[in-house]
Design a protein around this ligand. Structure first.
Ligand SMILES: [Zn+2]
Length: 369
């Protein structure tokens, strides 16, 4: 299918971005790059402070007859991301194997910048469009959490932060709660008077084996990921703690699993006369968008018109999409073409970069009542 996308320019933007190290909270180089491009194109670009970094919002005003839409992606990457050397081979872009590539999520940044460039270059008709580039996504969706959505005009948000072939649309993602269980027992000499002690490690291990774990049902999981405790073999361990998470597509379910874990842990601690403290946080809320919701229809029609089939999917993880939905902005998560993300084998097909830029333009054209 014929596209307006300037492949050479898009690839060079992507390579520029990939070479700028941007671990979470250290996105300054990418922010400067986006700001510079926006200034050169004459579009409004505002930096919103978020802890030590910024979220960046580009506004392109347009025709009121369109539905105002937001495109979003994140600027930070996981590590290792120092001195990234992108390599182009067989129409794919890789790193040199020593680092990640950062197509997560720079494939989307490059595509957004290309789309803005094309809107200007070809004077394409469009509505009010916003592009949000968030910081610190990888370490806890902090940019999205710290962004005040009341400054945007958009009705729908199209997040590009999923992997795999372009065409994938994530319409549902789970709720996620993380928990920490602290046990305080009583220290005693392990050889001379162990009966005077209360082993926090034994209490905690009884709790860990008693609580629900692994896959509970098709929509719900629990995992204990970290265990710490004890000082030496000759001391009955006074303190032990573990960190766990539970996820479910159903809010009521994730909350009931959390309560069950708390109840079980408290009963066991009490039985052994150990002290217990439990901390839990809802890291992000889940979402589920119905298949015939206008936001899904806009995306699938936009894909169809560029000759790509859409594939609706459910995610097992969280993204900025969860935060936008929780804050009342309907949002879906689309593939930005990145593959094998969070590894040194990460890559992106040049064709997928082109497809993402085409898709952004196509969504802009299809965002109509
Ligand atoms: Zn990402």
């Amino acid at each position: 299918m014929k596209t307006l996308v300037n492949q050479e320019r898009l690839v060079s933007t992507f390579i520029d971005l990939a070479k700028i190290a941007s671990p979470s909270w250290e996105e300054k180089g990418v922010i400067d790059y986006i700001k510079q491009k926006a200034d050169a194109l004459g579009v409004e670009c505002v930096l919103y402070p978020c802890n030590n970094s910024y979220n960046v919002l580009i506004r392109v005003t347009g025709d009121e007859s369109y539905i105002p839409v937001l495109f979003s992606c994140h600027m930070d990457t996981v590590t290792p991301c120092e001195n990234i050397q992108p390599v182009i081979k067989d129409n794919k872009i890789f790193s040199d194997g020593k680092t990640i590539l950062g197509a997560d999520d720079k494939s989307a940044i490059a595509a957004f910048l290309e789309a803005i460039e094309l809107l200007k270059e070809h004077a394409l008709p469009h509505g009010h469009i916003e592009f949000l580039f968030t910081c610190a996504e990888e370490v806890g969706l902090f940019g999205a959490k710290g962004f005040d959505l009341s400054v945007v005009k958009a009705q729908y948000a199209f997040v590009f932060d999923s992997d795999g072939p372009v065409g994938k649309i994530i319409v549902a993602a789970p709720y996620h709660i993380s928990m920490k269980i602290f046990i305080k027992g009583k220290a005693a000499h392990a050889g001379m008077e162990p009966e005077k002690g209360i082993s926090a490690i034994r209490v905690l291990s009884e709790i860990i084996t008693a609580i629900p774990h692994g896959r509970l049902d098709s929509e719900t999981t629990v995992n204990v990921g970290i265990v710490k405790g004890g000082r030496a073999t000759n001391i009955v361990a006074e303190e032990a703690e573990c960190t766990l998470e539970t996820r479910s597509k159903q809010k009521a379910r994730v909350l009931s699993v959390k309560r069950e874990i708390e109840r079980t842990a408290k009963v066991i601690a009490r039985k052994h006369k150990a002290k217990i403290k439990i901390e839990s946080t809802m890291d992000y809320e889940g979402y589920a968008i119905r298949e015939n919701h206008p936001i899904v229809l806009i995306a699938s029609q936009a894909l169809k018109s560029i000759g790509i089939n859409s594939a609706l999917a459910v995610s097992g993880g969280g993204s900025d999409t969860n935060i936008f939905n929780a804050h009342g902005m309907k949002a879906i998560n689309l593939s930005s073409g990145m593959r094998q993300v969070h590894t040194t084998k990460e890559y992106v097909l040049i064709q997928d970069l082109v497809n993402v830029a085409s898709l952004v333009l196509s969504i802009i054209q299809h965002a109509k009542h």
